[in-house]
Design a protein around this ligand. Structure first.
Ligand SMILES: [Zn+2]
Length: 193
């Protein structure tokens, strides 16, 4: 076998490291660090509370103005409430959901891992996290099953439901995991064809 040129898309399994170096979003390790910092400076001292409020305000500003995090900011409009939750681990699949970096052809196309940003299941030209979890008919049964459990949800409301209680959190977690596991298999099959 000769060496592949860098311009060619390798025919191999689609892999993303959404929780690690390829994602610069405030999740997983970074989010844990942020939460820890927030807790560390958040004690009963009034000065520290002021510092904490200001720090969160700065984060919120960055959150709102960072273009790369536009999808994340839509999902998590209120960073303070999100960070104040005392449960809810963000795993590999939730990181993909929240960051938009993962098994989504629009993202994989930008990363030059696939040849087209189109959805592999429908006519959508841009397979994003929003398309996958909120629009694509392929996942309608999963979406409806989750809606039966947590109520109707949109990108604007879903994280609010997650932080209502740990049961909801786990339901959304399972929803994202089920879809992304199945989708990974289909994306890999498509790559190997
Ligand atoms: Zn689709």
């Amino acid at each position: 076998m000769g060496r592949r040129t860098t311009s060619k898309i390798p025919k191999k399994s689609v892999s993303v490291s959404a929780a690690n170096s390829s994602s610069k979003d405030m999740f997983s390790a970074q989010e844990r660090k942020t939460c820890w910092q927030a807790k560390r400076i958040g004690n009963n001292n009034t000065d520290n509370q002021l510092v904490r409020r200001r720090t969160i305000a700065v984060w919120q500003h960055r959150w709102d103005s960072d273009n790369r995090g536009r999808w994340t900011a839509r999902l998590i409009p209120d960073l303070k409430t999100w960070l104040a939750r005392d449960f809810g681990e963000v795993n590999y699949y939730l990181t993909q959901f929240l960051s938009g970096h993962g098994y989504f052809n629009s993202y994989l196309y930008r990363m030059r891992k696939v040849e087209s940003p189109n959805c592999i299941y429908c006519e959508a030209e841009d397979d994003t996290a929003e398309h996958t979890f909120f629009e694509c008919n392929k996942w309608l049964p999963e979406r409806e099953a989750l809606a039966m459990q947590v109520g109707t949800f949109t990108p604007r409301t879903v994280t609010g439901k997650m932080i209502e209680n740990i049961t909801n959190w786990d339901r959304v977690k399972m929803f994202t995991e089920k879809i992304l596991r199945l989708k990974k298999v289909d994306l890999d099959r498509r790559q190997l064809e």
